[in-house]
Design a protein around this ligand. Structure first.
Ligand code: GLC
Length: 604
């Protein structure tokens, strides 16, 4: 165990003893350290390690010390008062020092949803959401994106991202469709492994690893419409035999486990009527025993609360089922109530101590392997990684590769260096033209994302203006009703949403978008429609009136990648990773497709 570079200001005597013990035995194995710690831990300290709280809901920061809290998180939109890079490092260090000051000085592990970049952090690079990465079909770019994300997460001190989501969304009315790479389990497996490898690649400079989290185990994208929240999709019931589960959904998780993923998040949905959060068959029999998962299982946000029964029985059911850490969050049931009830359940032997020790041992093992006992604190040294030119270039490349051109009546590319300028006056319109928040989508700065200049980046319009070839004039006319050009590029689509806020029973395009396209047509312009969305939508009744169409998904902050494709500097390679039904609400069950999985045009 190396000498800790950053000695916390206050260090407890027992920490010194452990440190002395382990340091003087240079070949102290992690197992010996775990055994030593477990033998000293009280029930209260073991309960603390199993508890994860969103930092916003801490009653008092000293609770971290007093209760030996094992983990904190920043949920969607949970950031320091001032969302600055240094404030993130200070936030992390402040909490970590509280953990190191506890009786045994066990460092806490801090988790965050860095699902398309370090997306809670203002100024971070925001990459395309998984549906766009799925359209690249390219494991290399996914690995690069995840590695860059991991580097930005590590720079703030944080050690754990709740990513990748390896759902295989089937019903596009699900608000989380865009968090899936594809409806095809094989593509999800390929890209999921690349993401795990990228996220968990040690940060080159400070060797600080970030751990990944395969989620949500299992069947989150396969629920039956009408069984979810508000009788829609999210958190509904997945009906599937164990054999089908093993053939379709398990392989991506097995591959993630084999790739060394350190955590798995249980899913809110039910499997054949049983909440995943309370299913011993799923969490222990299948994931831990059959699949050999040796990391730890984290619940979703207040996920155990949705198990039928009162809160104490939820706790008993979930921990006995194999849950190792509980994202209590503190927003619903108070975390002190959780800890008191868990302690009670242990004392009443409703939960065997062997299960508690197994959970804590798994948590300690991950903390040791991620290097937290060696380097618990962070400095400002790596903050230049965040939003760096290098990472933005990776993001722009991912954007280029994610664009799926599906119709092109000889309009695109808008310029061709080998020919004279074809379209000299290009109108750019639509609510997504100059709207960074819309092109980023959910999980960006705030939980539900936002509109307009929510962070630093390049809008699609800015990209078209900054990269216009000589002879091409770009005019921004939001509703395409003021200026007549040769071609109108119209960016339409969905306002940002996250999770069940995006559940819909209809996937029609909105009237405002359709009106802008009509305005452009009425002026006699050719129209190139770009759809910014988290899923396939109902375009079948409209696309005949469009001269060109591309799905650009949720590209993130590097909108210039879109102009690279439109100007022909990148020959589009994006291909659909979801089949596109005539009636989008039918999802993958549709037998009438407008475009099939794998479709997409290139220019030649
Ligand atoms: C959310 C999501 C999960 C996320 C967690 C923490 O409800 O279901 O994907 O990682 O809570 O924000």
């Amino acid at each position: 165990m190396t000498i800790t570079k950053y000695f916390p200001k206050k260090i407890s005597l027992s920490t010194l003893i452990i440190f002395a013990f382990t340091s003087c035995q240079p070949n102290t194995t992690n197992e010996q350290t775990i055994e030593s710690l477990l033998s000293q831990m009280t029930i209260a300290e073991k309960v603390g390690q199993i508890t994860q709280i969103d930092h916003r809901f801490l009653d008092d920061h000293s609770d971290i010390t007093d209760y030996s809290i094992g983990s904190l998180l920043s949920g969607g939109g949970s950031h320091p008062k001032e969302n600055t890079l240094k404030a993130w490092v200070d936030l992390y260090n402040g909490y970590q020092e509280k953990a190191l000051a506890s009786r045994l000085g066990i460092p806490l592990i801090y988790g965050i949803d860095a699902v398309h970049g370090h997306n809670n952090v203002k100024g971070a690079t925001i990459f395309p959401h998984n549906i766009g990465l799925g359209a690249t079909g390219n494991a290399d770019i996914v690995r690069l994106v995840s590695e860059a994300t991991s580097s930005e997460v590590a720079a703030t001190g944080i050690n754990w991202t709740f990513a990748p989501c390896i759902a295989t969304p089937q019903d596009y009315r699900w608000g989380r469709t865009y968090e899936g790479f594809s409806s095809d389990p094989n593509l999800v497996l390929k890209l999921g492994v690349a993401a795990v490898e990228g996220y968990q690649s040690a940060n080159k400079k400070n060797q600080r690893k970030v751990i990944a989290c395969a989620k949500h185990f299992i069947g989150d994208g396969n629920t039956v419409f009408g069984t979810g929240i508000k009788n829609l999709v999210d958190r509904g019931n997945t009906i599937m035999t164990r054999e089908t589960l093993k053939e379709t959904l398990i392989p991506a998780y097995q591959a993630a486990v084999d790739a060394g993923v350190q955590t798995v998040m249980a899913s809110y949905n039910s499997w054949n009527g049983v909440k995943c959060h309370g299913s011993k068959e799923l969490l222990t029999d299948i994931l831990k025993e059959e699949m050999g998962f040796e990391g730890f299982i984290i619940s979703d946000w207040q996920g155990i609360d949705e198990i039928p029964g009162d809160y104490k029985s939820d706790i008993v059911t979930s921990i006995n089922a194999g849950m190792d850490m509980v994202m209590v969050s503190g927003e619903g049931e108070p975390y002190k109530k959780f800890m008191a009830l868990l302690t009670e359940a242990i004392e009443e032997e409703l939960i065997p101590m062997s299960r508690i020790d197994d959970a804590v041992a798994r948590i300690l093992k991950v903390k040791l392997e991620v290097g937290l006992f060696d380097e618990p604190l962070m400095d400002y040294e790596y903050l230049s990684e965040i939003g760096s030119k290098k990472h933005r270039e990776i993001a722009r490349d991912a954007v280029r590769q994610s664009v799926v051109v599906l119709k092109n009546e000889s309009i695109l590319p808008l310029s061709d260096s080998t020919k004279e300028v074809r379209w000299s006056k290009i109108v750019v319109a639509g609510k997504g033209a100059d709207n960074l928040g819309m092109q980023c989508g959910g999980w960006t700065i705030e939980w539900q994302g936002g509109q307009g200049d929510i962070t630093e980046g390049t809008t699609i319009l800015e990209g078209l203006v900054e990269n216009a070839p000589p002879g091409i004039e770009i005019i921004h006319d939001p509703r395409a009703n003021k200026v007549k050009g040769d071609v109108a590029v119209i960016i339409i689509g969905e306002d940002p949403y996250t999770e069940f806020f995006g559940d819909r029973d209809s996937l029609n395009l909105n009237k405002e978008d359709l009106q802008v396209i009509e305005n452009a047509k009425a002026q006699g312009m050719k129209v190139v429609v770009l759809l910014t969305s988290g899923r396939p939508m109902n375009i079948a009744n409209h696309i005949d009136n469009w001269d060109a169409f591309a799905a650009i998904w949720l590209p993130g902050t590097e909108g210039a990648g879109i102009s690279d494709v439109l100007y022909g500097r990148y020959n589009p390679t994006g291909r659909l990773s979801f089949p596109w039904p005539v009636q989008a609400e039918e999802g993958t069950s549709s037998s009438s497709l407008i475009y099939d999985m794998g479709e997409g045009l290139s220019y030649e």
